[in-house]
Ligand binder design. Structure first.
Ligand code: PLP
Length: 381
C-alpha cells in the first residue's frame, strides 16, 4: 500500500524525506561505504575527508565550532546524553533542574528517571492557557543548587514558541546551564543562532532521514563536561559507535536546505496553515490552541465541538493528522501539554494536531475542508 494516497498533515511527528536528500543518502550508501575511522586505506581516507567536510558544514550552519558538535541517532538520544551527561558530571554540587510541564516526553521522562533513581530535584513550571511560561516564575525558581534549565524552543503539539532569548539571558545571569530542545524549531523558524549553552535537533523533522540527530554543547570559555552514555571506540569524544557517513551527509544537506531556504519555505507553509485555519473557522466552530501567541509556521492544534468529534475521527481514516504528539498518540493518556494549558479531559479529547510541510498543497487542504463540510451537512440533514 502506498501511503502517499493519504494527504499527510502530521509533519511534527516526522516529515517525508526531500528527494534531493534521498539522492545524497543513496549516493553515500552506494559509493562511500567505508568506515571514516579506517584511515589506513584509501577508501577510509576518502570517507574520513567527507566526514570532516560534513561535520564542518553542520557546525557552520549552526554557527558553532565542530568541536562543540556531537552526532547522535535522534533528538531523544541527544536529550538523554545532554541531561544525564551533565547531571552525572555535576550532581554532587548541584542537583536541581528546572523545566516545564509542556516539554517533550524525552525530556520529562529523563528528568523523572533522574528524580526517581539519582536524587535529582526537579521543578516543572506551569504554563498559562496559551502554553506560555512566566519568566518571573522561571527566575524565582532558580536556586543555589540549580544546575540546568531545560526548555524547548517550540512545542511539538501546539507549535507555541518559548522566548528563548530572554530565557538564555536569565540563565546566564544566574550561571546555570540552559539546554534547549530545538527539534521542532529548525526549518520552521528563521534561526541564526540558537541562544542556549546546549541544544539539539533531529534530521527527520526537517525533511532528512530518520535515525540521525545532533547535540551541541558549547564551549563556554570553560569546557562543559558530559559523562558519555555510550562507551566504545570513542569515534566522537562523547559518543562511540561507527560514524554513519551517509546519514551525516544527509543531515548536513537537509540542514543546509532548512537554514538557507527557510524564508521561502516558512512563508509557504504559513500561508497553507492560515488558509486551513481561516477556512476551517467558516466550516465549523473551533478553538485553536495557542492562536493568540507566537507559534511556528506549520502547526495548528484544533479543538472541535463535541458534535463534530465522530466526523473528525472518521476523516482521520483518510487524512493523516494526530490526536496529540505521535509519542502519546494511542497511549490512551490525555495530552500532558493540553492538560497543562488547563483544558479539561473532554476538551483534550476534542483536540487534534494538524502539522503541515513544504510538500502539502492548497488542494489537499481544500479536500479536507470539503469533506468536513460535507460530513457536517450530512449530520444536519
Ligand atoms: N523533542 C521534540 C520537541 C520532539 O517533537 C521530538 C519528536 O517528536 C523529540 C524531541 C524526539 O525526537 P526524535 O524522534 O529524533 O527522537
Amino acid at each position: 500500500m502506498n501511503i502517499k494516497q493519504y494527504p499527510y498533515f502530521d509533519n511534527n511527528a516526522t516529515t517525508e524525506i526531500d528527494p534531493q536528500i534521498l539522492e545524497v543518502l543513496n549516493e553515500y550508501q552506494t559509493y562511500y561505504y567505508a568506515n571514516p575511522s579506517s584511515t589506513s586505506h584509501p577508501a577510509g581516507m576518502v570517507c574520513n575527508a567527507l566526514y570532516q567536510q560534513h561535520i564542518q558544514k553542520i557546525a557552520d550552519l549552526l554557527n558553532v565550532s565542530e568541536k562543540e558538535l556531537i552526532i547522535t541517532s535522534s533528538a531523544t538520544e541527544s536529550i538523554n546524553t545532554a541531561i544525564k551527561g551533565i547531571y552525572f558530571q555535576y550532581h554532587q554540587k548541584k542537583n536541581h533542574i528546572l523545566s516545564c510541564k509542556t516539554e517533550h516526553s524525552a525530556v520529562l521522562n529523563t528528568l523523572e528517571y533522574l528524580q526517581n533513581n539519582f536524587n535529582a530535584e526537579i521543578t516543572l513550571l506551569d504554563v498559562d492557557k496559551n502554553a506560555q511560561i512566566n519568566l518571573d516564575e522561571l527566575e524565582k525558581n532558580i536556586k543555589e543548587n540549580t544546575l540546568m534549565v531545560c526548555l524547548m524552543m517550540a512545542n511539538n503539539e501546539t507549535g507555541v514558541i518559548h522566548p528563548v532569548d530572554e530565557i538564555y539571558k536569565i540563565t546566564q545571569k544566574h550561571k546555570v546551564f540552559f539546554f534547549c530542545d530545538a527539534t521542532q524549531a529548525l526549518g520552521k523558524m528563521i534561526i541564526k543562532d540558537i541562544p542556549a549553552d546546549i541544544f539539539c535537533g533531529s534530521a527527520h523533522k526537517f525533511y532528512g532521514p530518520k535515525g540521525i540527530g545532533f547535540l551541541v554543547v558549547k564551549n563556554l570559555g570553560r569546557k562543559v563536561f558530559l559523562l558519555p552514555l555510550l562507551h566504545g571506540g570513542n569515534q566522537q569524544e562523547y559518543r562511540s559507535g561507527t560514524l554513519p557517513l551517509p546519514l551525516i551527509a544527509a543531515l548536513s544537506n537537509a540542514l543546509e536546505l532548512a537554514v538557507t531556504q527557510s524564508q521561502g519555505i516558512i512563508s509557504k507553509i504559513k500561508t497553507l496553515r492560515d488558509i486551513f485555519e481561516e477556512n476551517l473557522m467558516n466550516v465549523c466552530a473551533v478553538k485553536i490552541h495557542g492562536w493568540e501567541v507566537n507559534r511556528i509556521c506549520n502547526t495548528s492544534n484544533v479543538q472541535f465541538q463535541d458534535i463534530h468529534k465522530e466526523i473528525v475521527l472518521k476523516l482521520m481514516k483518510k487524512f493523516c493528522f494526530s490526536r496529540a504528539s505521535a509519542c502519546s498518540d494511542g497511549s490512551g493518556k490525555p495530552s500532558h501539554v493540553l492538560t497543562a494549558m488547563g483544558l479539561s479531559k473532554n476538551e483534550v479529547d476534542l483536540s487534534f494536531r494538524f502539522s503541515f510541510s513544504k510538500f502539502n498543497t492548497e488542494q489537499e487542504i481544500k479536500q479536507f475542508l470539503t469533506e468536513l463540510t460535507r460530513e457536517i451537512k450530512n449530520l444536519h440533514t
